[in-house]
Structure formats: C-alpha cells, structure tokens
Design a protein around this ligand. Structure first.
Ligand code: 5GP
Ligand code: ZN
Length: 139
C-alpha cells in the first residue's frame, strides 16, 4: 500500500491541500506546530533528499518559494522556519520527503535551527570540509 503522503498527493485520502503544482503538493500538517504549518512534498515517493531527481528537487523548492509568502500573509506571521527531517535519526516519521513550512512570530517560544543542537562540535573545520569535498568529487 502506498505511503500516506503518496495517497495525499494522489488525492486518495483527504488533506487540506493548499497547492497542487507540477511535481509537488502542499497541504496543512494535521498536527500543526503553528497556524499555517504546511508540508510540501514531491508527488513521487522518494524517502531521502539525496534521492530526489534534480527536476523533482527543483519543483519542490519552487513550490516552497511560491507559497511561503502567501502562508505568512494568511496567518499574519513575521517569519518562517523551513526545515526537513531527513532520515530516521533526525526524527523523520513519514519516509516520503517533506518540507515543513512553519510560520513564526517574535516571542512564539520556539528556537532557531541552532536550538536543535545543544552541544555543537569542536572538530576542525578544515578537516571536515576536506572530507566533504572528497565525497563530492566521488559523487
Ligand atoms: P516528520 O516528523 O516526518 O518530519 O513529520 C511528519 C509530519 O507529517 C508530522 O508533522 C505529522 O503531523 C504529519 N502527518 C503525518 N500523517 C499525516 C496525515 O495523514 N495528514 C497530514 N496532513 N499530516 C500528517
Ligand atoms: Zn510516499
């Protein structure tokens, strides 16, 4: 059986859909973190960001780009936290790529992306950058 987000993209189960675009669908999160909390998904089932086809990745961010301003205006928010839980270790619960678009207000009590990581890291930047560049060369 298709995953829940595939079924929403296909119109098989109900959701508060706000936009159906070529390649992507945006709908309200059923348990919103704030009014106007929207999920944007690729219409095809892909579990991880790195496995998106480039055209699908572009369609996904094009949809985010198109809806972020209207969402903010609709709920009278000042800003937006935009994030992806990518992989089970991050807390991803639905294994179909989805972008959280969460409207924010000064003093709403939520933190920045930095607040997710209380300890940070002391690894030397140059060696981390070298390792990533080396992986990129192989990709
Ligand atoms: P994750 O933790 O995987 O990044 O977030 C999954 C999100 O999907 C959660 O915020 C959850 O509320 C939302 N969600 C899960 N099932 C459904 C559903 O059937 N309909 C809608 N609209 N949202 C869902
Ligand atoms: Zn799916």
């Amino acid at each position: 059986m298709a995953c829940v987000f595939c079924r929403i993209a296909g119109g098989e189960i109900p959701a508060e859909v706000i936009a159906r675009e070529d390649g992507a669908t945006a709908f309200l999160d059923v348990t919103p973190l704030a009014d106007g909390h929207v999920l944007v998904i690729p219409n095809v089932h892909v579990g991880r960001v790195e496995d998106l086809e480039p055209d699908t990745a572009a369609a996904l961010f094009r949809a985010v780009h198109r809806i972020v301003g209207p969402i903010r205006a609709a709920v009278g928010a000042e800003g937006t936290t935009i994030g992806i839980n990518d992989g089970a270790a991050t807390g991803q619960t639905v294994p179909h790529v989805h972008v959280h678009v969460v409207p924010r207000r000064t003093g709403d009590g939520a933190g920045s992306v930095h607040s997710i990581f209380p300890h940070g890291t002391r690894q030397e930047l140059a060696s981390v950058a070298r390792a990533i560049r080396s992986q990129l060369e192989r990709a």
